[in-house]
Ligand binder design. Structure first.
Ligand SMILES: [Fe+2]
Ligand SMILES: [Fe+2]
Length: 273
C-alpha cells in the first residue's frame, strides 16, 4: 500500500439529535474542518428533526456545512420526507431496504479538494426492528457500480450490534475507505485501520446532550425501563456534545491512513468548542 501519496481528511459526524444538535453542527463544523483540515463532511441526519426523522428544512439548516447526510431506521419518521427526499441530492437512505422506497441508498459526488467521494448508507439486521435485506450482499452489489475513478468510499453501517458492524468492516477491508457505525449514539473506543487499509469505528456517537440517554431526557428513559409503560422522551437541547471521526485517506488508492475519533462540547455562548 502506498502511504506516501497525497492525502485528504474527511469528517464523519454521528447521529444529529434535534435542534440542539443542528445548532452545534452549524456552529462547530466550520471550526472542526479548519482544525482537522477536513475538506468533506458526512453526517448521519436520522434524528435531526425533533429527535426522530429528518426533513428538508432541518437538513437545509446544515446543508452549507455538511456535504452528504446518511440515515437509518428513523428515515421515514416524518411523513413529509417521503416526498422531499426525491428532490434532495445530498441525502442517502439505507440501501438495503425495499427498492420501492423513495430516495437512493448511495451516491458519489466531487470532493472540492480533489477526486470523488462515494457514500453508502446501510442498516443492520441484528436487533433492528425493520426488515432489511442483507447489508453484505447489498454493499457488494453497490461496489460493482461505483466508478473506478471514485477512490474514496465511505460506508455508514447503522446498526445495534458491534459484531455485525465489525463483520461488515472486515468483509470490506481493502475495498472501501471507511466503515463507520452509527445508531447507538455512544462513541466506541475501537477506532483502527484494518490490515487492508479500511478505517473502522463501531460507533461514531451523536451530536446530542451529554447529560441524556441517546439525546433524550434521563428521567423519562429511566421511567420507561422501570415501568414498561408507554412514555414520551423529550429531546434535551442544551449541553450538546459533538461526536465525530476524522479519516485521513490516500487520494490515489482511497485507503485510509489514519482515523481519529473526536468528541467536543458545544459552548452556545461563544459558538465554539
Ligand atoms: Fe439515531
Ligand atoms: Fe437509529
Amino acid at each position: 500500500m502506498n502511504l506516501n501519496g497525497p492525502t485528504l481528511n474527511l469528517l464523519f459526524i454521528g447521529d444529529i439529535v434535534g435542534k440542539g444538535g443542528r445548532k452545534a453542527v452549524k456552529a462547530l463544523v466550520p471550526q472542526l474542518k479548519q482544525q482537522y483540515m477536513c475538506t468533506f463532511v458526512v453526517a448521519n441526519g436520522e434524528n435531526c428533526a425533533a429527535g426522530a426523522g429528518m426533513n428538508k428544512t432541518c437538513l437545509g439548516e446544515m446543508a452549507d456545512v455538511v456535504d452528504v447526510f446518511t440515515s437509518g431506521d428513523h428515515t421515514w419518521d416524518r411523513k413529509e420526507f417521503e416526498d422531499e427526499i426525491r428532490g434532495l441530492k445530498n441525502v442517502v437512505r439505507p440501501a438495503n431496504m425495499s427498492k420501492l422506497q423513495p430516495g437512493r441508498g448511495w451516491l458519489y459526488t466531487r470532493n472540492p479538494a480533489g477526486g470523488e467521494v462515494a457514500v453508502i448508507s446501510l442498516v443492520g439486521k441484528v436487533f433492528m426492528k425493520d426488515s432489511a435485506y442483507c447489508p453484505f450482499e447489498t454493499v457488494e452489489q453497490i461496489l460493482t457500480q461505483i466508478p473506478i475513478t471514485c477512490k474514496c468510499i465511505i460506508v455508514d453501517i447503522h446498526a445495534e450490534a458491534t459484531s455485525e458492524k465489525a463483520a461488515l468492516a472486515w468483509f470490506l477491508d481493502g475495498r472501501v475507505t471507511a466503515v463507520l457505525g452509527t445508531h447507538t449514539h455512544v462513541q466506541t473506543a475501537d477506532a483502527r485501520i484494518l490490515p487492508g487499509g479500511t478505517a473502522f469505528l463501531s460507533d461514531v456517537g451523536m451530536v446530542g446532550a451529554a447529560d441524556s440517554i441517546l439525546g433524550r431526557a434521563v428521567p423519562d428513559v429511566i421511567a420507561k425501563f422501570r415501568t414498561g409503560m408507554p412514555h414520551k422522551f423529550p429531546v434535551v437541547e442544551t449541553g450538546i456534545r459533538l461526536d465525530a471521526a476524522v479519516i485521513r485517506y490516500d487520494m490515489q488508492t482511497g485507503r485510509a491512513v489514519e482515523i481519529k475519533p473526536i468528541s467536543v462540547m458545544y459552548d452556545p455562548d461563544t459558538h465554539s468548542v
